[in-house]
Design a protein. Structure first.
Length: 153
């Protein structure tokens, strides 16, 4: 049997954003759940088929049908409408641990969203580079979904 030992360094990743969204806190929290679930999409607009169970221990997964898909994590903390934390492998199919936090606070007529994603593991360089772009897109989507919800009110 041939074996190859390839050393790969443990990498870390941290992405932090602090922004104000022009919508009430309840609407922004609902938009976060929408983006994590049925409204989730990739930067090219392709639907993600995501599901999130919004309770402690609830699953966050990509459902591809016929009992196939990808487990992304669990709801670690949920305190609507101010806090949501998720932990798990997320989109990583290699040894890694991730923690994502959405912390919301009312600010005037809007909502301050403080977002943090921290990761550690055997993360390929191309994923480290792509995660920032992906999270920027998802946070933009939350603002768009909140605006849509507010308009529908």
């Amino acid at each position: 049997m041939n074996t190859t030992n390839v050393e790969q360094a443990v990498e870390t990743f941290e992405f932090i954003r602090d922004e104000v969204i022009d919508a009430p806190i309840e609407i922004v929290f609902a938009a976060v759940l929408d983006e994590l679930g049925p409204e989730g999409q990739m930067p090219d607009g392709t639907a993600m088929s995501m599901k999130v169970e919004p309770w402690p221990g609830g699953r966050w997964l990509r459902d591809l049908g016929n009992n196939t898909g990808h487990f992304w994590g669990h709801v670690q903390v949920i305190k609507p409408p101010t806090l949501l934390e998720l932990s798990g492998p997320m989109f990583m199919s290699y040894p890694a641990a991730n923690h994502v936090q959405y912390r919301l606070s009312a600010e005037g007529k809007g909502t301050r969203l403080k977002f943090v994603h921290k990761s550690i593991g055997l993360i390929p360089k191309e994923h480290l580079e792509g995660m920032q772009m992906g999270w920027n897109y998802k946070l933009k989507r939350i603002s768009e979904l909140a605006a849509r919800r507010q308009k529908a009110r």
